[in-house]
Design a protein around this ligand. Structure first.
Ligand SMILES: [Zn+2]
Length: 447
């Protein structure tokens, strides 16, 4: 996700912290500041972060990374994006701009970047001033205020002690999704095995207790592809090289034409219905009768006729760009196909995965000609490669999307072509006795 000019939300978040529970008669009004949540409506406190490495720039990097909390931006006299005037970005250059609340977060992040070993991905860090990983970041986001990326540490934990140091909090956007008749689900599966491509981000005793860089890499790669798409959409390479030596980075970015503006002019999404539904589901707009009555089947019909990579694409033009780009990157790197579905909401408290029933779903949305044309345009713009080079990388995609069978449970639908899907959790010998249900699928329902 991304933030741009969310000043009113940020301002209220900050004053809540200072007042220790604003909102009049709220029962938390006399709770001491120290135990108020460090993350309010997605805005982390970043109260205990510092740079991973100490250099002459450390103070400026750290101050820049926190500037959005006080509605400020970063002074171009003091700090410019890390890839300004650079041909290729190195891991060392990324490391210099890392700001963390716990050293292990940076250690694991760097190990995973080494494991990913992808120069195209590293070059996407060019427009960033800093990369922040803190125990209280959820969800991950990018903001133009600081030209920085903020990463939820659930993507990089390796052990129980690391997991325990993360502040657990539900994504605040989950509160927007009440009253819908359907839910949405998404996962990346390997094109020939049907296996999940990424490993679970949730610590589970016996089932998912420890991870190394090879387990962390695919899920982090997807997240980075998404957030870095935002960074490169807002500050494109040709604008990065023209960056002035004074003023604020936020003002400069605001003055620019964005890649998502170009996509809208050229090939916009057209479904007004899904546009309205997504603004309610992801941005907190008020529910309407029309959307309250919308079924997953009807949403699917509108979705199929349009050209988005996912439902989340409708939340803003920038998310449209990011969802197209991550689908392209996941196929190129891991031969991963995106399964996307509108599913029913279980009516029982003792649900399991197949209680989420497919109402409309497709595998490999990127195989749709309309979606692919838009993804090629975006990937070409972000990576600075020709459209024909991008198309060549997608040449082995299935010729068409494949429908997931309506009426089938979400986990059952993973198995196409008679290959057994693998859960991609780190299964220990003890868990083979099978006393805990694998809840890996719950992550497919997250934003
Ligand atoms: Zn996003």
């Amino acid at each position: 996700m991304f933030y741009m000019k969310k000043h009113s939300i940020l301002a209220s978040g900050v004053s809540c912290l200072l007042l220790a529970g604003c909102g009049g008669s709220d029962s938390s009004s006399d709770v001491p500041v120290s135990i108020v949540s460090p993350n309010i409506s997605g805005t982390p406190s970043l109260a205990s972060v510092s740079t991973y490495q100490t250099t002459s720039m450390s103070k400026d990097i750290e101050e820049c990374s926190k500037a959005f909390l006080t509605n400020n931006s970063c002074d171009l006299l003091l700090i410019k994006p890390l890839g300004f005037n650079k041909e290729n970005v190195t891991i060392e250059q990324v490391q210099e701009r890392l700001v963390v609340s716990h050293q292990w977060m940076a250690d694991s992040f760097i190990e995973a970047l080494e494991e990913i070993n992808d120069q195209d991905l590293l070059n996407l860090f060019k427009p960033l001033n800093s990369i922040v990983i803190s125990y209280d970041i959820r969800p991950s986001f990018y903001t133009t205020s600081t030209a920085s990326m903020y990463i939820d540490p659930k993507y990089v934990w390796r052990s129980k002690s690391e997991w325990d140091s993360i502040h657990k909090q539900e994504d605040y956007r989950n509160g927007f999704q009440t009253e819908f008749q359907f839910d949405k689900a998404q996962r990346y599966v390997h094109e020939t095995t049907n296996h999940y491509v990424s490993y679970s981000n949730t610590y589970t005793p016996l089932r998912n207790e420890s991870r190394d860089a090879s387990h962390i890499a695919p899920g982090l790669f997807r997240l980075l592809s998404h957030e870095l798409a935002h960074a490169n959409d807002f500050l494109q390479e040709h604008d990065l090289t023209q960056i002035p030596s004074n003023g604020y980075i936020n003002d400069y970015i605001h003055s620019l034409k964005k890649l998502n503006n170009e996509l809208i002019e050229r090939d916009p999404l057209t479904s007004k219905l899904l546009d309205k539904a997504a603004k309610i589901a992801f941005r907190g707009d008020s529910m309407t009768n029309e959307i309250r009555q919308l079924t997953g089947e009807a949403a699917g019909d509108a979705f199929e006729a349009d050209k988005a990579a996912a439902f989340y694409s409708y939340s803003s033009p920038a998310e449209d760009v990011a969802m197209l780009f991550e689908a392209y990157m996941m196929y190129k790197k891991y031969r991963a196909l995106s399964d996307f579905a509108f599913v029913s909401i279980p009516q029982t408290e003792n649900f399991s995965c197949n209680d989420w029933v497919i109402q409309w779903g497709q595998r490999s949305r990127l195989s749709d000609d309309g979606v692919q044309d838009r993804a090629v345009f975006i990937a070409s713009g972000i990576l600075g490669k020709s459209e024909s080079a991008i198309r060549a990388e997608l040449a082995s995609l299935p010729a068409d999307p494949e429908m997931l069978r309506a009426g089938q449970g979400w986990c059952s639908s993973q198995k196409i072509m008679n290959v057994n899907p693998e859960s991609r959790a780190i299964v220990s010998a003890e868990s083979m006795t099978g006393f805990s249900e694998n809840t890996r699928y719950l992550e497919d329902l997250e934003n």
